[in-house]
Design a protein around this ligand. Structure first.
Ligand code: GEK
Length: 241
């Protein structure tokens, strides 16, 4: 795993964050040291897959990056004749992801697709995963995507939605941002790395409140949604069709 030092030196100009080759090379280290609870989200995907993957159904990992969530669900699936579709629109991610899939021997077949998750077919699904991906979709396009996902899920199917979140109350919001930055410092990031990364993500990763997410899931046609994980300003929701 290559160490993430992308923002370690002072940059004259901070460009908008994008998922290019340089990010792909350090991504496994970056996400683990930046997202509190990321490892737990993967462990629980294995548990969730054992519980919710239905026989003969499709499982979608939307914004799969290097396939960590795909490998976690693949390990957990007990139901026969499932098929996983892992999709990302970053070519460098898909290329590296393919190499990881080739090295994994779990039986459920995986098809990788380099595509925008807003333009894909979703059908016959028992599990759809958005593990820290919706936050990169423009806010005004999020409802259509979730409605499309709900439409492609079987009865009894679920969506796992993990996101960075914000809070309506400014003090609570600031407190959680400070705690998240404390987490990053504990993982070895310096103040300059934290501040340059924050600038780079400013108009790229747009968090919303948990209440906004739950309301949108209701509007999309999910019967019920439950926050199953929260650590500071990172959360994961299970939504039930
Ligand atoms: C994990 N889920 O390790 N279409 C397809 N992919 C997209 C789009 C889009 N419109 N927008 C962003 N992405 C992974 C981690 S990372 C989270 C997900 C993060 C992709 C983008 O290329 C990137 O690979 C991924 O979504 C987000 O469990 O970096 O915080």
């Amino acid at each position: 795993m290559k160490h993430d030092d992308m923002f370690a030196d002072p940059h004259a100009h901070i460009g908008a964050f994008c998922f290019d080759k340089q990010v792909t090379q350090v991504f496994a280290d970056m996400i683990r040291r930046s997202v509190p609870g990321y490892g737990l989200s993967l462990e629980m995907l294995t548990v969730i897959a054992a519980e919710y993957a239905q026989e003969g159904s499709h499982i979608y990992d939307l914004g799969c990056s290097l396939g960590a969530s795909t490998l976690a669900v693949r390990q957990g699936i007990q139901a026969p004749s499932c098929h996983i579709f892992a999709i990302d629109n970053a070519p460098a991610m898909i290329e590296q992801c393919q190499a990881y899939m080739d090295g994994d021997t779990a039986p459920t077949p995986v098809t990788l697709q380099c595509a925008d998750i807003q333009n894909i077919t979703i059908n016959n699904a028992s599990i759809v995963i958005l593990n820290f991906t919706l936050q990169f979709i423009p806010i005004q396009e999020r409802q259509a995507l979730l409605t499309h996902i709900a439409g492609g899920l079987r009865e009894g199917g679920i969506l796992v939605l993990s996101e960075k979140v914000c809070f309506d109350d400014a003090t609570e919001n600031q407190r959680n941002i400070a705690l998240h930055e404390g987490f990053k410092r504990s993982q070895g990031y310096s103040d300059i790395e934290i501040s340059q990364k924050r600038q780079s993500l400013e108009h790229v990763l747009i968090p919303e409140t948990l209440a906004t997410h739950h309301q949108r899931l209701d509007d999309a046609g999910f019967k019920h949604s439950q926050t199953w994980f929260q650590c500071f300003n990172f959360s994961s929701i299970l939504a039930f069709k």
